[in-house]
Design a protein around this ligand. Structure first.
Ligand SMILES: [Zn+2]
Length: 168
């Protein structure tokens, strides 16, 4: 179990490289047992690179990012974790411009990161959105969230993300 990190420095201390992030994501994803993101099979082989896995049932190779919001992006997990820290520790929210600058990523990536993390906070999971989920997201922002005050919604969002990152 990871504690909440008091500073960005503490976070980076706990995750000095990509492998520690991969290991942490693995402990979150597989806390109830290992499974294949393709077929759900439970016979998982570990490669010696500590990043690649193979399913004993469907024989597909995969990384721990498959089936998560971190898939389909070249961004290292360290930057995702930093983004989560920044969002959870800045009560007034983070603009995509700020995130882009601080993480040294493009504005387009920053927008994507914020969008996906919103999805994670809403679903309380790092599972990837289903295809066509973008519309559901818009509905949520305009509909259910309109009834809460913006402040409450943001606080709930931050708390959800913090819990997710430390849920292993
Ligand atoms: Zn499989």
């Amino acid at each position: 179990m990871l504690k909440n990190f008091d500073s960005l420095f503490d976070l980076m201390d706990a995750f000095p490289d990509e492998q520690t992030c991969v290991d942490h994501l693995r402990s979150i994803r597989w806390k109830d047992g290992e499974y294949c993101p393709h077929c759900g099979g439970n016979k998982i082989y570990h490669f010696s690179d500590r990043k690649t896995f193979k399913c004993g049932d469907c024989r597909q190779r995969f990384s721990i990012k498959v089936g998560t919001i971190f898939e389909d992006t070249k961004l290292p997990l360290r930057k995702w974790f930093m983004a989560i820290w920044m969002i959870t520790n800045h009560p007034k929210g983070i603009a995509s411009v700020t995130l882009a600058k601080d993480l040294k990523i493009t504005q387009k990536s920053a927008w994507f990161v914020l969008h996906r993390l919103r999805h994670a906070a809403r679903t309380m999971s790092f599972n990837a959105p289903l295809k066509g989920d973008t519309e559901a997201d818009t509905t949520f922002v305009g509909g259910r969230e309109r009834n809460k005050t913006l402040k409450t919604a943001r606080a709930a969002h931050r708390a959800a993300l913090a819990r997710l990152l430390c849920s292993a």
